[in-house]
Design a protein around this ligand. Structure first.
Ligand SMILES: N[C@@H](CCC(=O)N[C@@H](CS)C(=O)NCC(=O)O)C(=O)O
Length: 222
């Protein structure tokens, strides 16, 4: 059976993407939550299970095969179960979905640095830096383009739930956590993401976690 190691559901955005991908595959899996940065962290990350990723989560074991890094996990699972649950059928839509997923994976550094994921909290609005504003504008533009061209068949970026939504789900939760103002269409899309059964399951599980990481509990890490 697949075994997925993830960090705290409250704080680990890359783990959320990996976990949503495994859920989307429909394959049975065992999950192991590793509390990030606790007193055991350094010792635990040196263990054999984390060696391939050099201690980072998510990391997925499938017998002898091991795959880490959220986007590689999506690719691996799409190879294993077929492309359909992950990527749109239409070639042009798929090209855009893959590009958006890749851009999410490699970009938006200011947004990610200044607004760490904290799925349990909602903070009042704060001034937004120029760099984060540029990231937010780019994300909202991509969402608008995908929704306008491909989204008519459903509530998600490409109509049906896809890997593009999986990659942006922790951005949706950040927009909520930090009360970041976004256009109405983006808020509607965000609500659909927050209502997706897998996303709800993740958020609900996060509420019960005992761990609190103070540095992620500040309104803006800046
Ligand atoms: N690019 C990787 C990022 C993985 C990553 O940085 N994960 C964080 C948790 S969200 C982590 O393991 N941090 C612990 C560390 O760097 O020591 C991915 O897409 O999976």
């Amino acid at each position: 059976m697949l075994k997925l190691f993830i960090g705290n559901k409250a704080y680990s955005s890359w783990s959320m993407r990996g976990w949503l991908a495994v859920k989307q595959s429909g394959l049975p899996f065992e999950e192991a939550v590793v509390p990030l940065y606790d007193e055991e962290w350094d010792r635990r990350r040196e263990g054999a299970e984390f060696a391939p990723s050099s201690g980072k989560v998510p990391i997925l074991w499938d017998g002898e095969a091991v795959v880490w890094d959220s986007l590689a996990i999506i690719d691996y699972l799409a190879d294993k179960v077929g492309r359909a649950p992950f990527w749109p059928e239409d070639e042009a839509a798929r090209a855009m979905a893959r590009s958006m997923a890749a851009e999410m994976h490699s970009s938006f550094v200011a947004l990610r640095r200044e607004y760490s994921m904290n799925i349990r909290r909602q903070f009042p609005p704060q001034p937004i830096s120029e760099a984060a504003t540029a990231d937010i504008q780019r994300i909202v533009t991509l969402w608008a383009q995908a929704r306008a061209r491909w989204g008519t068949g459903g509530d998600f970026l490409f109509g049906q739930w896809s890997a593009a939504d999986i990659m942006f789900a922790p951005v949706v939760t950040r927009f909520f956590t930090y009360s970041i103002p976004i256009p109405r269409f983006a808020a509607t899309y965000g609500s659909a993401v927050l209502k997706h059964p897998f996303v709800r399951e993740w958020i609900e599980a996060a509420q019960d976690e005992p761990w609190v990481i103070e540095k992620f509990e500040q309104p803006v890490a800046g």
